[in-house]
Ligand binder design. Structure first.
Ligand code: AMX
Length: 444
């Protein structure tokens, strides 16, 4: 992988120097104000950290190193026979800020295939987990246990590793982890849902998405392409979301990438974050059951805007959120939703589940506006992903967040490499107590 390392040895130190000069010239300038509500409100709107790999615009959605997802669908190299971008291409772009060639992407695919093997103790651990343990808990435990492989931790422990080497060691661990995640995820899938079916061997000639799909027993080209798209669009969402922020925070203590990402996965497992894709599907399943209740299970016949509106209001009136809708930053339809909708229009326009999700898109925003709480009534990424996976036969909804976890590593670990190259310090914001805040406001 020398060409990638060579490129990064030019790009990252230059960027670190640029940041140093920028801080020397403007380090004291204000970039916002802080209010009492922000301190209580989950720090929404505080510009309090730097993340170089992607930036989220409230209206336009995410840009990876300046590129929108729709652009990347057009410009990133595709897999053999496929129409969707390769996650390896997104990884190269996030690391370097440059769009990779097909050759560079293939180089990365082969390198990742070479790094994919798991240590025996992690395989053993995965095989010993009870099936009832949620797949996300299994994933996070296995990633944490991979700490045994950390080149960063080993080099740090010698006591004579200069700080200038930290980013390369972080990158080594990150690439190893990104390569191993599909293997861990496939083992979890096969153990929990397919009686421990062996995952088979990684094919060094295939890309990450194809190998991942094959290890889980899926060979359909449509599914392989969907997985590639899925792994690209979930990869990064700037620095403040729970999984990215956790990786950054834990990594800032110089915990190695395995420990940092293990922690992030525990956040991704929460229903307000990555678990929402599972929640969406179980909500849709309940809606279908109710629509089909008096109709011998034929829910399609009762599917109309009125019946769906009643279901949405029932959910809201029982005090629950509508999963897959709303966002802490976005204020328009998530382009990750749109990418998946386009995929569905191309590959499954007649699917009943797609019709259900599309009709929800027509009714939910107006209802959320009337309900008057959510600042963003539009769908996010999780509103769509489940039914695409269902279409290809991946029906096990409590596995869905694991796919998110395989993808999210690409963005947040890349960001960790950039953070180490800039020498960003231990993260330690100031907290206040309510009496302290009251005293501060009174004195102001
Ligand atoms: N349904 C019902 N109420 C909602 C809502 C929704 N989809 N989204 C927000 N609200 C409510 C909030 O619960 C909050 O109510 P409260 O004042 O009684 O606590 C109020 O509207 C204001 O919230 P907000 O500022 O609009 O959102 P937030 O930044 O606090 O939270 C999010 C964002 C995503 C957690 C929230 O929209 C939500 O719970 N959505 C459903 C779960 C979901 O889809 N999560 C996935 C997000 C994407 C991801 O990370 N994978």
């Amino acid at each position: 992988l020398e060409p990638l390392y060579e490129r990064l040895r030019e790009i990252l130190p230059k960027h670190a120097q640029d940041v140093k000069e920028f801080r020397e010239a403007h380090g004291g300038e204000a970039i916002g104000i802080l209010t009492v509500d922000m301190a209580y409100g989950g720090m929404r709107g505080i510009k309090g950290m730097v993340s170089e790999t992607s930036v989220l615009d409230a209206d336009e959605g995410i840009r990876f190193q300046g590129h929108t997802l729709l652009e990347l669908q057009e410009t990133l190299p595709r897999g053999p026979g496929g129409q969707e971008p390769l996650p390896e291409g997104a990884l190269w772009l996030l690391l370097t800020g440059e769009l990779p060639t097909q050759k560079e992407t293939t180089l990365l695919s082969k390198d990742l295939a070479r790094r994919a093997e798991l240590p025996h103790h992690v395989e053993q651990m995965l095989n010993n987990f009870p099936k009832e343990l949620h797949p996300m808990a299994q994933l996070s435990a296995a990633v944490t246990a991979l700490h045994s492989e950390s080149k960063f931790a080993k080099a740090y422990a010698t006591g004579d590793t200069p700080k200038s080497k930290y980013w390369e060691l972080t990158l080594e661990d990150s690439l190893d982890l990104i390569a191993k995640l599909p293997v861990i995820a496939a083992m979890i899938y096969n153990n929990v849902f397919h009686n421990g079916r062996p995952i088979g061997k990684i094919d060094p000639e295939k890309d990450l998405g194809a190998n991942f799909a094959n290890m889980m027993g899926f060979t359909d080209e449509g599914f392989v392409d969907l997985l590639r798209l899925y792994l690209v669009i979930h990869a990064d969402h700037e620095g403040g979301n729970v999984s990215a922020h956790t990786t950054h925070l834990v990594g800032s203590a110089l915990s190695d990438p395995y420990l940092a990402y293990g922690a992030a996965l525990n956040g991704l497992a929460g229903p307000l974050h990555g678990l929402a894709n599972q929640e969406v599907l179980s909500w849709l399943t309940k809606i279908k059951a109710r629509l089909g209740e008096k109709n011998g299970g034929n829910w399609q016949e009762n599917l109309n805007k009125k019946s769906l509106s009643d279901e949405v209001w029932n959910t809201l009136n029982s005090g629950q959120v509508i999963p897959g809708y709303g966002h802490a930053v976005l204020r328009k339809t998530d382009p990750r939703y749109t990418c998946q909708r386009e995929f569905a229009l191309k590959h499954m326009p007649d699917s009943d589940d797609f019709k259900l999700v599309s009709m929800l898109y027509e009714v939910v925003p107006d209802i959320l506006l009337k309900h008057g709480k959510a600042k963003n009534p539009w769908p996010n990424v999780d509103a769509h992903s489940g039914i695409l996976l269902q279409h290809y036969g991946m029906t096990e909804m409590n596995f869905y967040t694991v796919l998110f976890g395989v993808s999210r590593a690409i963005g947040v670990l890349t960001s960790l490499v950039w953070s180490r190259s800039m020498g960003l310090p231990l993260e330690r914001p100031k907290s206040m107590s309510t009496p302290g805040l009251k005293a501060f406001v009174a004195a102001a």
